[in-house]
Write a protein that binds this ligand. Structure first.
Ligand SMILES: *Cc1c(COP(=O)(O)O)cnc(C)c1O
Length: 190
């Protein structure tokens, strides 16, 4: 996760062979990544942050995977844009794994129905699930719950784990971890 960090450390990681990067804001990514993508065509840029429907056009153009598909309105907007442009990028469903009222994401018990709609109604390529466990709680039960939900749904790709808990996420079945601080150092506080 390279959010808030400038292009230079990203370029260093690219030179070292790393290819997958995440950003949480379309605007910030649009400033940083087009040049890097031109230099490294196999760079894969992940959107991991809230996506407003008015930014969908830009997001589909710039990102290679959307990890924060969190509501039907967004699914419809992504579907329309992908049909319009012919650019079909995979998505992960963001699951509100701790059932936190203030947090984005599909409720665990509603994920099966949402997945079905994404595929049949909106023709989206759903590659897996993503979650951000509740802050201040042991993340492991949440990781395990996401893994078992994905198994039930026949989905293999799991995005979970950050700098503080990625080893445990991998032990629970993460295929993708989202590491910022451990790679780039701490972010400037806002
Ligand atoms: C910033 C961010 C991360 C990375 O967090 P670190 O603790 O810096 O590794 C992971 N996931 C999401 C959704 C983020 O926004």
């Amino acid at each position: 996760m390279s959010k808030t960090h400038p292009a230079e450390p990203v370029a260093e990681l690219l030179a070292a062979g790393h290819r997958h990067f995440g950003e949480n804001r379309v605007q910030e990514a649009a400033g940083k990544y087009p040049d890097l993508k031109a230099r490294y065509p196999d760079l894969r840029l992940h959107l991991i942050g809230p996506l407003q429907t008015n930014k969908v056009r830009q997001a589909v153009e710039l990102f290679d995977i959307i990890e924060t598909l969190d509501r039907p309105k967004l699914a419809k907007a992504l579907s329309d844009e992908m049909a319009r442009t012919g650019r079909n990028i995979p998505c992960l469903i963001e699951v509100n794994i701790g059932a936190e009222p203030q947090k984005a994401g599909i409720a665990p018990e509603e994920t099966a129905v949402f997945l079905q709609s994404c595929r049949t109604e909106w023709k989206l390529d759903i590659a897996g699930l993503m979650c951000i466990p509740p802050a201040g709680e042991d993340p492991e039960p949440h990781f395990r719950r996401l893994k078992s939900l994905a198994d039930d749904l026949g989905l293999s790709h799991l995005s979970m784990g950050m700098s503080g808990d990625y080893e445990r996420a991998i032990a629970c079945g993460a295929g993708e971890i989202r590491v910022g601080t451990a790679l780039f150092g701490s972010r400037p506080s806002l």
